[in-house]
Structure formats: C-alpha cells, structure tokens
Write a protein that binds this ligand. Structure first.
Ligand SMILES: NC(=O)c1ccc[n+]([C@@H]2O[C@H](COP(=O)([O-])OP(=O)(O)OC[C@H]3O[C@@H](n4cnc5c(N)ncnc54)[C@H](OP(=O)(O)O)[C@@H]3O)[C@@H](O)[C@H]2O)c1
Length: 333
C-alpha cells in the first residue's frame, strides 16, 4: 500500500440507466496516476447537468471515458505520475475531469489542474473548472465577446450562467440574462447582470430589443435552444453571434436562415468533454493567465448553492432536475 493512500475507495456508480436512485455507492480501486497525471484526493466534486444525462443513458460518452460520473473536482495532490514537473504532492488544486469525480480519488492529466483561486475555499473550488472552461472556450475563444458589447446569457442562474454573467461583466460587456423566477433574476443581478428577464412572465426578445433601442444584442450564449432559436436569430444585431452548449428544449426547429445571411450572423457551439487533453490544456492555461488573476482582484465570486455528501448523490441529482437551485451543487466525500 502507498503511504496514506488506501487501495480502494468509495465511488458512486450508475447501477443501470434510470432515475436518481440508480446512483449507488460501490468500492473501486484507487487509480495509479499514469505518465503526465496526478492523483487527487477529492475534497469536492461539482454536479453538472451532463451527469444527469449520463445517469439516464442519454449522454454520448467519449471513447475511453470512465463510467463513474463527475466532470470536475477540487482536492489535494497525493501522488505525482512520471513526467509531471509543475505540481508537487500536497498542492491544492481544482481540475477538469473526463469522469470519476464522484469518488474519493481521481487521476487526471496534470495539465487539466488549476491552483485553487485566491480567496476561494478548497470545497467551493470543486465547482469551478467545468463552467469556467466552458464559458471561456465558447464566449471568449469562439464568439469573441468584447468590451462594450451587449451580451445575452440564457439560463443565468445555472452554474454556466453565473460564470458567464461574471466573466462577461469582468471583461467589460453589458450583460442581459434570462431566468425562470424573480428570485433567480435577483440572484443574476446580484452577480452583476445589468438586466435580468423572467422568461416565464416577460418576452425576452421584446425586453432585450427595448433595452437596446431596437438594435438587438451582439452575442447570445444559450443552453435552451428549441423555440428560442428563431427568436434569437431575430434578436441578434448585425454581425451578432449565437453559441450553443446545450439544447434542452430541442435541437430541431424551423428557423429563418435568411436572417443569418442578411445580418451577417455567426451560429456556433461546442462540447468540452470529448476534446483531446491538449485542447483542454490550452483552455486551462488560458484561464490561468487571463481569468484566475480576477479572483485575487476581487472581481469574481463563487456560487455554491448546496453541498451533499458523496453518498447523497441521488438527492443532489433530484435537486438539479428540479431546477430549484441557483448556482452550483457540490458532492463532498
Ligand atoms: N457543451 C458543453 O461543453 C457544456 C459544458 C457544460 C455544460 N453544458 C450544458 O449547459 C447547461 C447548463 O449546465 P449547468 O450544469 O450549469 O446546469 P444547471 O445549473 O442545472 O442549469 C440549467 C438551468 O436551465 C434551466 N432549465 C432547465 N430545464 C430547462 C428546460 N427544459 N428549458 C429551459 N430551461 C431549462 C433552469 O433554469 P430556469 O429555472 O431559469 O429555467 C436550470 O437551472 C446544461 O444543459 C449542460 O449540459 C454544456
């Protein structure tokens, strides 16, 4: 046995595809870090919507991805694989994972780790990598949001939404957002949104057009899709950009593509989990250089809504699927 590292750990397995109760504790070996990897003793793991889809058997798993869910974690490095120079045993990090976050230990490429940001607790850090990598690679690398532009974030109270609101504000955009209740709208304003639209009681296109004197918005970051798509094409200003990371209300719609041509729009989207390690490493490096200093400058706040113990993973999924949460749900082994 390695010093202080047990041979086995408790993980949460998906017994079979289904509802939250298929998430059950199991015993698995603690992995050995391979070349280029570090072994993390997990302090907290973020719960993400993709975990719910994976549990239901509705997530296209990348080849070689582990069956244990969990796309991000924080914790302490307890073992270093060959060829890793940038981290030491004892370092406290948060990391982007391809899976295995719902456990006590995870082996991860060293290049997918970030230091715990200044002023952030080790627990809260477990909910940062997935949303920060997703928002950075899409809103800034893909649709190039710039200072002075008007940005609309759909689903502002989600983990993704609260990250995007803060980053868009920090980089000088005016931020509009939508959310499904007045309480969620207030939370979005608390985190920096200039205008929060309760989409259940207001038409986001009308409100956003009024806000921009009819011009429309420069960029939209969306996870809703479905009937939002034709309305978003209508709302975008000339040269506007629309980016999807999910299509919770559907991927097939009828829309006027003439708007894309006439207004010179860009429509794009991406996934994160199946990308090669080198691409994830580039996103992590960019975050470390351009975004992590914002924590020390006091421009970013964590947004943990609730913590559950690892063995309460089913409860955590029930909360996520209720959409009552505002911000991140964490599992703490
Ligand atoms: N492509 C990628 O790389 C990538 C990476 C990370 C996450 N994602 C996706 O991004 C989305 C947000 O992730 P998250 O972990 O931040 O999730 P989350 O915190 O659960 O947020 C989802 C929010 O969307 C709203 N919502 C739920 N069901 C909806 C529906 N059917 N129609 C419209 N709105 C609905 C809810 O807020 P309201 O009450 O306001 O409706 C909910 O809080 C997920 O779909 C996730 O799969 C994609």
């Amino acid at each position: 046995m390695r010093a202080n590292i047990p041979a086995t750990q408790t993980v949460i397995e998906i017994k079979q595809p289904g509802g939250p109760d298929v998430l059950v504790p199991a015993t698995r070996p603690v992995p050995e870090p391979k070349t280029g990897e570090v072994l993390i003793r997990i302090t907290a793991a973020g719960v993400n919507r993709a975990d719910c889809l994976q549990r239901m058997g509705r997530y296209p798993m990348p080849p070689g991805a582990p069956d244990i869910p969990g796309l991000e974690c924080s914790g302490t490095i307890v073992k270093i694989g060959d060829g890793v120079a940038e981290w030491r045993e004892g370092d406290q990090v948060c990391a982007l994972l391809i899976g295995d976050g719902y456990g006590e230990y995870a082996a991860v490429p060293a290049v997918q780790c970030l230091p715990v940001p200044a002023g952030v607790s080790l627990v809260d850090a477990g909910g940062l990598p997935e949303t920060f990598c997703t928002v950075w690679t899409n809103v800034f690398d893909r649709i190039h949001l710039k200072a002075g532009e008007i940005f609309l974030q759909q689903g502002g109270s989600s983990g993704i939404g609260m990250t995007a609101i803060q980053l868009a504000k920090a980089f000088g955009a005016t931020v509009l957002t939508t959310a499904g209740s007045d309480e969620k709208c207030q939370a979005c304003r608390d985190y920096g949104a200039d205008l929060a639209i309760n989409y259940r009681t207001q038409d986001f296109v009308e409100v956003a057009k009024a806000f921009t004197n009819g011009r429309g918005v420069d960029a939209i970051f969306d996870m809703v899709g479905g009937d939002y798509i034709p309305r978003e094409l209508d709302l975008l200003a000339p040269e506007g950009r629309l980016c999807f990371v999910a299509l919770m209300r559907g991927a097939r719609v009828e829309a006027d593509f003439g708007l894309i041509q006439r207004k010179h729009l860009t429509v794009t989207g991406s996934t994160l989990r199946p990308r090669p390690v080198a691409e994830k490493a580039a996103i992590i490096a960019s975050l470390r250089e351009k975004v992590w200093p914002l924590w020390a400058a006091g421009k970013l706040r964590t947004f943990t809504y609730r913590r559950f113990s690892l063995t309460e993973a089913a409860e955590a999924h029930r909360l996520m699927e209720s959409s009552r949460h505002i911000g991140k749900i964490l599992l703490v082994p």
